[in-house]
Design a protein around this ligand. Structure first.
Ligand code: BES
Ligand code: MN
Ligand code: MN
Length: 494
């Protein structure tokens, strides 16, 4: 396949974004070739050690959701700070009202652009522990996978950037661009204090582009650049009937059952075609760039494999959309948890006094959490049956995001990924949420690049989370290369 064919294939996925120039070829730039050789040999010599360092990081159980882990979460922040200091960054732990933010800075490239690298050092709770093959905080390699809580989400993906910086600083004594690393400890609980932190440290965080690795590649060996993330509006619905659980024979039939009332409410959320039936829910959904949708259709998505990954008997969802559209381009309304009545062994005849549901909506570009809160609350109030009191509380939200997919940071990413993986990257969407992405873009006024090194089936948030050893290694090389490419493309600034 020639260079132009490659370009066309890639541009088809890019929609209206400008075409990439050409496959990066450094054979006629001896200086670049030599320095890359030395970066490569640095990585080759240090891969094993750099994996061991990641293991140290992974052994710290920085579970942000649980206050009895606060000491560990703080320890992970300190560990990361020291690790950045060791390689020559100016690093500091900034306390917040929640878990601290760790900042690492290197600003000795006057005139060169500044890249902000963001990631999170907190992890999800590891439970249920009995479903882990090896303990969650004892990183273990099996079949080329590093198993540990946080391996892929996000310690491994954050740390590979730190190691990319180390390679540059050790081999050349400098970085090709100025760098600020921002590592937070509250991403898994909604990044509550990060927006304010960015506002308050706007000057310190001033940069030309933000780079984030906290997502997955489309398939093994297939580097991927993210074009979108879904947003989130998370609710808790509480239904209360009688003051205490009642005998279901003595009272059942004459007293409204809160569990049934909740079931009726939840059943109104969708119509028979799987569309969300909450009035106003789709009002702000914006039309996707048809060319990006076209590109999505061209991706070699393996539906069978996806079904297999889930273990479900068959796939479902909103009629009239492909699976990738459902995951990336359509909003959802899902029950995350249900609680009511007797759930122990055997039968207990009881009419529960209350019922609770956790409900989350994933939002797509255009939708706003505040507006979804409004329409959800109005709808729940309208469909709530008499005989119970219903409360719908909004717990937290995050904006959806979509990328412009153009400019030097995207060109640099395309080149760096193509070189490191020996394969052109594809443009993919994402069903998950990273609320701070929109904040960075809005507050700092710069493009955000999301390039992930996870893989499908990586078990993020679940037992046996893993990160591919190979992706950790190639990811480092790719991100080291990204800084060179970006420096060359963005050039000296006035
Ligand atoms: N890294 C994920 C986001 C993500 C998920 C990216 C799946 C790519 C694929 C992040 O750590 C996460 O879990 N986000 C939460 C956001 C929430 C806590 C506000 C999510 O998506 O549920
Ligand atoms: Mn993450
Ligand atoms: Mn996560």
């Amino acid at each position: 396949m020639g260079r132009d064919e490659r370009r066309q294939g890639f541009c088809a996925l890019m929609g209206d974004a400008p075409c990439w120039m050409h496959l990066y070829d450094d054979s006629n730039n001896p200086e670049m070739t030599n320095t890359n050789k030395s970066l490569d040999s640095f990585f080759d010599t240090n891969d094993a050690r750099m994996e061991q360092e990641l293991f140290e990081f992974l052994r710290i159980p920085s579970v942000s959701a649980k206050s009895d882990h606060n000491e560990h979460t703080a320890k992970a922040a300190d560990w990361l700070c020291k690790s950045m200091e060791k390689i020559g960054l100016k690093a500091r732990v900034y306390p917040t009202a929640g878990h601290p933010v760790v900042i690492g800075e290197w600003r000795n490239a006057p005139g060169a652009p500044t890249v902000l690298i963001y990631g999170h050092y907190d992890v999800q709770p590891p439970e249920p522990l009995n479903l882990w093959t090896s303990p969650p905080f004892e990183p273990t390699v099996r079949d080329g996978r590093i198993y540990a809580r946080g391996s892929v989400d996000d310690k491994g993906q954050l740390y590979l950037h730190v190691k990319a910086l180390e390679a540059h600083l050790t081999v050349r004594g400098k970085l090709p661009v100025n760098v600020i690393v921002v590592a937070e400890g509250e991403e898994e609980i909604g990044s509550e204090h990060l927006e304010q932190f960015i506002q308050e440290h706007k000057e310190m965080l001033k940069c030309d582009a933000v780079v984030i690795s906290d997502s997955a590649m489309f398939a093994p060996g297939q580097p991927s650049i993210l074009s979108s993330l879904r947003g989130l509006a998370y609710f808790e619905i509480n239904v209360v009937g009688p003051t205490v659980d009642l005998h279901s024979g003595s009272y059942g039939g004459a007293v409204v059952n809160p569990a049934m009332a909740l079931a009726r409410i939840l059943a109104t959320f969708h119509d028979e075609n799987g569309h969300v039936a909450i009035p106003g829910f789709y009002d702000d959904v914006i039309q996707w760039n048809p060319k990006v949708l076209e590109g999505m259709k061209k991706l070699p998505f393996d539906e069978e494999n996806f079904l297999h990954e889930t273990g479900a008997p068959q796939l479902g969802g909103e009629k009239g959309f492909t699976t990738l559209e459902k995951l990336w381009a359509r909003p959802t309304c899902e029950v995350n948890g249900l609680l009511s009545g007797y759930t122990g062994e055997g039968a207990k005849t009881v009419l529960p006094s209350k019922a609770m549901a956790k409900v989350s909506c994933r939002l797509v570009p255009g939708q706003k959490p505040a507006n979804i809160e409004k329409v959800m609350k109005a709808h729940v109030a309208k469909v709530s049956p008499a005989g119970v009191t219903v409360d719908c509380k909004h717990l937290h939200g995050g904006n959806p995001w979509h990328a412009e997919l153009s400019g030097p940071i995207y060109d640099a990413a395309r080149r760096a990924l193509a070189t490191a993986f020996e394969k052109e990257p594809v443009i993919v969407g994402e069903g998950g949420s990273i609320p701070v992405v929109g904040d960075f873009e809005r507050i700092l006024g710069v493009p955000v690049l999301l390039v992930g090194f996870g893989l499908p089936g990586e078990n993020a948030h679940a037992p046996d989370e893993w990160m591919s050893q190979e992706n950790y290694r190639i990811g480092m090389r790719a991100m080291a290369r990204l800084l060179d490419e970006y420096s060359a493309l963005a050039g000296a600034k006035s």
